[in-house]
Design a protein around this ligand. Structure first.
Ligand code: BJW
Length: 273
């Protein structure tokens, strides 16, 4: 099935949601990557869904069970830090209990092929990309297994502890501030070094850039705006997602389906067992 670039307002959509491994309909055109190609991949919760990590906005997702204002904002943390720690402790438990899947593995294989011509930007905090073996990786919204003090200048540190009951933990360094997860909440600014690295990668790539978003609803900025930056640089833009995304009109191609099956096919890799 060949895909051709279309007008910006009409992404080509191929429905692979009902596809089963080995069926002819999974044979989409593979990404055309020559020796000069640069690939920037942006992933979201959907790529971890098949590992068993809940997404945010799907039915039964995290935002159906929790108000994001309560558990993923600085105001919510100030109101009830113990509640926020229960939420992130449960997520730490969940992430520890799962394994990376074929979608993560497909991106590791692509990175091995491209080396420094590849950059993976994830909004996920679950650590599954790194556990799968990705190295050229930016964790844009932080990391579940890192904590920092909400008050003093103590550097963020690795932390797997759970706080499922009782009060929120205090910083052992200053003794005053509450510890908090090293996560970017709503209204908080993303790491400017990370944003600059993404910008530099896109600038260097120019029209050689392929931008590939996977498993993200395109609802949260600035991540959801990266596709437009890629377009402005002259890049070719692809979306692999189970459902249409909020920013879907900015993609040249949309492959609708599960990351674990669509990605290996799109990248010309062997299908997972
Ligand atoms: C599958 C699948 C399978 C399922 N295969 N697919 C510009 C315009 C409007 C607002 C703003 C703006 N700029 C900034 C803002 C404010 C705000 C924002 O974006 N608000 C929007 C809600 C409108 N942004 C911020 O506050 C950011 N900070 C910032 O910009 O600072 C400067 C500033 C502040 C204020 C005003 C202006 C400027 C910070 C954003 C931090 C987001 N943090 C969270 C929570 C913390 C992380 C955590 O706890 O894990 O990050 S929110 C949550 O959403 C989480 C995610 O990383 C993020 C994105 O979600 P994602 O990954 O897309 O998941 P879902 O569930 O939405 O989608 C999953 C998709 O997968 C679905 O589509 C499924 O169909 C699909 N799927 N299974 C393939 N197997």
């Amino acid at each position: 099935m060949a895909l051709s670039p279309l007008a910006p307002d009409r992404p080509r959509r191929v429905d692979l949601s009902g596809a089963r491994k080995g069926l002819g309909c999974l044979i989409v055109r593979t990404l055309d990557l020559d020796d000069d190609a640069r690939v920037l991949v942006l992933t979201g919760a959907g790529i971890s869904a098949e590992s068993g990590v809940p997404t945010f906005r799907d039915s039964n997702g995290l935002w159906e069970q929790h108000r994001f204002e309560d558990v993923a904002s600085p105001e919510g943390f100030a109101r009830d830090p113990a509640l926020v720690w229960r939420f992130y402790s449960q997520r730490r438990q969940g992430a520890q209990a799962v394994q990376p899947n074929a979608g993560h593995a497909a991106l590791v294989e692509l990175e091995r092929r491209l080396g420094d011509r590849f950059l993976l930007v994830t909004q996920n905090v679950d650590g599954l990309h790194r556990r799968a073996g990705s190295e050229r990786l930016i964790e844009l919204h932080g990391h579940l297994f890192t904590s920092r003090c909400s008050r003093c200048t103590r550097a963020p540190f690795a932390d797997e502890r759970l706080h499922l009951e009782g009060e929120a933990p205090r910083c052992e360094r200053c003794g005053e501030g509450f510890l908090r997860p090293h996560i970017v909440w709503f209204g908080e600014v993303l790491d400017e070094v990370a944003m600059a690295r993404i910008d530099a990668f896109m600038a260097e790539a120019g029209a050689r850039l392929t931008f590939l978003a996977v498993g993200t609803s395109g609802a949260v900025y600035p991540a959801a705006g990266l596709v437009r930056l890629a377009r402005r640089r002259g890049g070719n833009t692809w979306l692999v997602n189970a459902e249409p995304a909020d920013n879907g009109e900015h993609f040249d191609h949309f492959l609708q389906g599960k990351a674990s099956t669509v990605l290996p096919a799109l990248l010309g890799q062997a299908l997972p067992d």
